[in-house]
Write a protein that binds this ligand. Sequence first.
Ligand SMILES: [Zn+2]
Length: 254
Amino acid sequence: MDVNKIIDKLSRKLSQRSLIFIIVFLSLAIIGIIGAYLAKKENPNPSGSLSTSLETVQEKPPLVVIDPGHGGWDPGAMAGDINEKDIVLDISIEIERLLIEKNIDYYMIRTEDIYVSLEDRAQIANEKKGRLFISIHNNSFTDSAQSGILTAYNPYSPNGKDMAKIMQSKIKELGMKNRDIMPRPNLYVLRHTEMPALLLEIGFMSNKKDLKLLTAGDFQKKCAKQVVSGIEDILDKYILDSKATDAEGSPAAD
Ligand SMILES: [Zn+2]
C-alpha cells in the first residue's frame, strides 16, 4: 500500500471521528440548556426555598434564664444550719430537669454552690439574650408568723404584671399561703435584665411550717413542676407570640 493512501485513509477516519465527537458534544450541550431552562420555568425563584430555610434556622427557640439566688459566701436567709442558697439550688436543679424533659432552651446562672454577683447575673442573662428570667428565692422575716409564697415583678416591664399573675396562679397551688404578686421595681435582677423577669419568693424560712415544706424533696419537685408550668404558659402567651403582639402594639404612622 502506498504511504500517501495510508495517510489519506487515516485522516478521513480521524475527521469522521471528530465529526461524531462534535455532534455528540453539541447534543449534550443543547439537552443541558433545555434542561436548565425548564428547571427555571418550574421554579422561577430558586433562592426562595433557601431563604425560607435560613429564616427557620434564624428563628431560635426562646431561652429561659434560671437564677438560683445567692451562693458561695452568700447563704441568703438562714434557719439554723439550713441556708436559702441550698434550697433554691435544689429547686432550680429540679426546674432544669423539667426544662430538659420539655425541650425548653434554658441557661442556669449557677448549678453549684458558687457566688455570682447581682451585676453578673443580669449581665449574663442579657449577653445570653434570654427571653425570660426567673429568679428563685426564699423569704425570711423577724416575725416567724409571716409565711407564704409570692411573685415579684418589675411594674415598668411590658406585660410584667400579667406574667407575674400567671406564675403566681401556678405556685399558689403548692399549699403555702398565697401572698399574691408584688411590684418590686428596685430589685436589681428585675431592673437590669433586658427581658421580662420574675422573682419568686417561695415560702418563709423563718416560718416553721414553710421551712418544713421547703426542705422536703417532694415539695421541691412539685414546686419545680408548677414553676415550669408557669414558664410554659408565659412563653406561649407572651414570648412565642411576641411578633404578633409587637405588630399590634406598634404606634400608628402619624
Ligand atoms: Zn434570697
